[in-house]
Design a protein around this ligand. Sequence first.
Ligand code: NHR
Ligand code: GAR
Length: 220
Amino acid sequence: MSEPLRIVALISGNGSNLQAIIKAIQQEALPAKICAVISNNPHAPGLEHAHAAGIPTQVIDHKTFPDRLAFDTALQHAIDHFATQLVVLAGFMRILGPAFTAHYEGRMLNIHPSLLPAFTGLNTHQRALEAKIKEHGASVHFVTRELDGGPVIIQARVPILDNDTIQTLAQRVLNAEYCIYPLAIRWFAEGRLRLVQGKVMRDGLLLTAPVNYQHESSTS
Ligand code: NHR
Ligand code: GAR
């Protein structure tokens, strides 16, 4: 057996995706170890979940730094302290600068609550409802300097129902996130996922489109 992949997770809020990842590791569906959970928000409820799971936590409050570069630099030092092999953004709400994203190129993932490239940025559920479209979802992507613009690994689609509110739609999307994020991290941990010249390579093949979870779920 090889050593488990060393992960640091960055959160800002509830950390329910973090919980799903912790659960996958506990169920031995993910050969990884979360070395630390770091939050920019000292009041993030996810810090408690990490603590309860016996994972070291750290707060790096962006409000205590003079500028974004100083925050990014402190964050980078904290992450590298753990000999981190993969950085996982799990509801992390601060935009990261180009030096930071370059440092972790090919070894940082994000889960975004939309079917990218639709609805980058914030308030995706409200914007999907306002657009009166029939389908929404979540995407796991490699993080690059372009906000929510890195190559997408896997997406999960959910229907938008006539009587949906932001809350009901957000919960449906979250349930899909809990499936695709541990799966994408597992592929990375198994050495099956790489960023090659700005494109996703999975099992030695360059993806021409994101993996669609609905189609793949029965076979992998
Ligand atoms: N950084 C880079 N360079 N590239 C990405 O793809 C990133 C990133 C940082 C975070 C997550 C992202 C999301 O999935 C993410 C992807 C925060 C904002 C934002 O506007 C936008 C997108 C994401 C995260 N943040 C405000 C800021 O000024 C603060 C908002 C707040 O605190 O509520 O940093 O959606
Ligand atoms: C998730 O829906 C995630 O995709 C989204 O926030 C939620 C976090 O939930 N991320 C972003 O919007 C990033 N800007 P969680 O804290 O319970 O995992």
